[in-house]
Design a protein around this ligand. Sequence first.
Ligand SMILES: [Zn+2]
Length: 165
Amino acid sequence: MDKYQHSQKNKLFKHAAHDPYCLPKVEGSAICPQCDAVYQAGNWTWNHPENTLVPNAQSVTCPACRRIADNAAAGTLTVSGSFWPQHRGEIVHLFEHIEKREKAEHALERIIHLTDTADELTVTTTGVHLANCLGHALEAAYKGQAHYHYDDNQCSVTIRWAREQ
Ligand SMILES: [Zn+2]
């Protein structure tokens, strides 16, 4: 990752702090009753052995589980063009691979839904970072044309990727 990409990446995580789904801030530590993510020192992480015993943890549903329950995506990626229907299996596999990798490191970055229509494949995510990674993974694997549109406070992103045969 070069310096520019690195600063872009930091920016995405910083702006996520203003995400309405991250508010109100949790005081102290918490555990999500739905996915077992742990909130400690201002961050949601997975319940790794070293932080299993969270003293006085509250039960708080994490922002990712709230977004999934509300079907409120932070990231939306739409795949179109004549290329994808013949490569749907590979593309979905790529998305699942990226999700697994990113989710392991960032507890709040998850795929919400994959939806097919006649013309498009749409994937929604709980985090801006994951959608951004999926868009870049498509470009790296298949080239094509991608457009990234962030909302004003960078709490959500809409990505359109297209490739013709
Ligand atoms: Zn959760």
